[in-house]
Design a protein. Structure first.
Length: 505
């Protein structure tokens, strides 16, 4: 397949983030000069000046100091009500057409037709040539819901664009992007090549004809140029994120930070505005000023939000909650972005899983438990580590004997002692059967004698039963299918030599 796939892309460089320290100047010399100049006068003038100065000082002392008021922190009950747990619903299969042509093949997430031993033509989800038949490869772009399409190379460069699952162009190859890399579900890095280079220090990415690559090979091509963020939600480039190397962008909901070539922290808002930090730090979507064991937090417009004893830090996977660290004990708790303390500092570490559920360690880093955002401990410290399974409301817990339990958001172990962790659409063993967890019935599994094919949307195809099952209910949703597969997010069901296209809704 390596020749059919066109050139696959990998990233070559990574930037190291570092924080800049702001130096405070000593203003004592200016104070001395001001004091000396005030003494150049006659004795009478000195007395008059002294009286006026005394009046000024008195007025200044009596006048209240004007401080920007803090935003009101939210009640815990209101914050908990805002946590929207992902809901798992049964999918409905809607027929959208037939796939015509005996020479259509599937690779990874796309369809193609073989032109020669050296060339393929990518097709859209209906089987028609994709974008005038000039597309040589298609790749899913992280969790953005978009796809990268690569076109026939033009000289030294092979450009790509973005499209949706239906083949509609979101970003044209006219933008001259060489490749993309997803940073999160909204922002992607766009690598714009300007010249071929042999200098690795100046390369922003490289292309390879090999299927797998972790380093630049002898026949690979390196490119210098520009890297910047593209906002897939607002459909625009953030021009103030552009650099001539590969930055390590840190993404908040409203603030993006990275290090420039001189290792200074740059903060850019989602409106593409550069922020003047003036010695302050960026923590997620908060601008913070730490002094005297106290942190003052501001929003991107420098409106004061709250002040709190201790320090705050980002928690990966959430923009709503932050880690709150006690400066004396180094223990950590949880604080909401509004300034409401959810959990007082009591844990060694706290990390986010999903749906308002966090994992915590205390004294022993081999013993982890679950805690809800309001401080309710869902499990004790009985597991080596706990991770999200990918199925909302369910978590993988590694036991002390290196087995895996599947636990729910109440801390109950639903499946125990498995050799492998659980993920969306994966099976676990029940004797000789392949068992699939039925999420709508926590004490039920779908047992098959052969491994099924996961089709997304909690749908599973079984070649032995010639059926598609719903993993939310365990029931059949489509019967009499010889085979099934997925491409571009659509489901293709083969029966009696005919392929029907379905959309899961």
């Amino acid at each position: 397949m390596a020749k059919k796939n066109g050139r696959l892309f990998a990233l070559a460089l990574a930037a190291v983030m570092s924080l800049s320290m702001a130096a405070c100047g000593d203003e004592s010399d200016d104070d001395d000069k001001s004091e000396k100049s005030s003494k150049v006068s006659t004795q009478a003038e000195e007395e008059e000046s002294t009286e006026e100065a005394t009046e000024d000082v008195t007025e200044a002392t009596e006048a209240p100091t004007e401080e920007e008021p803090e935003a009101e922190s939210k009640p815990v009950s209101e914050i908990l009500a805002e946590i929207q747990a992902d809901e798992i619903k049964s999918a409905t299969l809607k027929e959208v057409g037939k796939l015509e042509g005996d020479d259509i093949e599937k690779y990874d997430i796309f369809l193609y037709k073989e032109i020669s031993d050296e060339e393929i033509q990518c097709l859209d989800y209906t089987g028609k040539p994709l974008l005038d038949g000039n597309v040589s490869y298609v790749k899913e772009l992280g969790d953005t819901g978009l796809y990268i399409y690569y076109t026939t190379p033009e000289g030294d460069f092979e450009y790509c664009g973005l499209m949706d699952a239906d083949g509609n162009v979101v970003l044209s190859t006219d933008e001259k992007v060489g490749t993309f890399d997803a940073v999160d579900s909204r922002y992607v890095k766009a690598y714009l090549p300007e010249a071929v280079t042999t200098d690795r220090d100046n390369a922003i990415y490289y292309s390879t004809s090999r299927q797998f690559s972790i380093d630049v090979g002898e026949d690979d091509v390196m490119y210098s140029g520009t890297v910047k963020l593209y906002d897939t939600q607002e459909h625009k480039f953030l021009e103030n994120t552009a650099q001539n190397y590969d930055p390590n962008y840190r993404i908040g909901n409203e603030i993006i930070t990275f290090s420039d070539a001189d290792y200074n922290t740059v903060a850019v808002t989602d409106e593409d505005k550069v922020l003047d930090l003036d010695g302050k730090s960026v923590v997620g979507d908060l601008i913070t000023d730490y002094s005297g064991d106290k942190t003052v937090a501001y929003d991107k417009n420098m409106n004061k939000l709250f002040s709190i004893d201790g320090t705050i830090a980002e928690i990966s996977g959430t923009h709503d909650f932050y880690s709150l660290c006690d400066s004396d004990t180094s223990l950590r708790g949880l604080i909401h972005k509004s300034g409401t303390v959810m959990i007082e500092p009591k844990y060694k570490t706290i990390s986010y899983l999903a749906d308002g559920v966090f994992a915590y360690y205390n004294d022993d880093y081999d013993k982890q438990g679950l805690v809800y955002a309001d401080g309710t401990e869902l499990t004790g410290e009985e597991y080596k580590y706990i991770t999200a399974s990918g199925v909302p409301g369910f978590y993988n817990a590694s036991t002390q004997d290196s087995k895996y339990d599947l636990i729910d958001s109440d801390g109950n172990a639903l499946v125990q002692g498995q050799d492998y962790s659980f993920s969306e659409g994966s099976y676990y063993k029940e004797g000789d059967d392949y068992a699939y967890f039925v999420v709508g019935k926590k004490d039920t599994s779908l047992k098959l004698t052969r491994m099924g094919t996961y089709l997304g949307s909690q749908l599973l195809a079984s070649s032995e039963d010639n059926a598609i099952f719903d993993l939310v209910t365990g029931e059949k949703v489509l019967d009499g299918c010889d085979d099934a597969y997925q491409a571009y997010g659509y489901i293709y069901v083969i029966k009696d030599g005919e392929t029907t296209i379905y959309k899961a809704e």
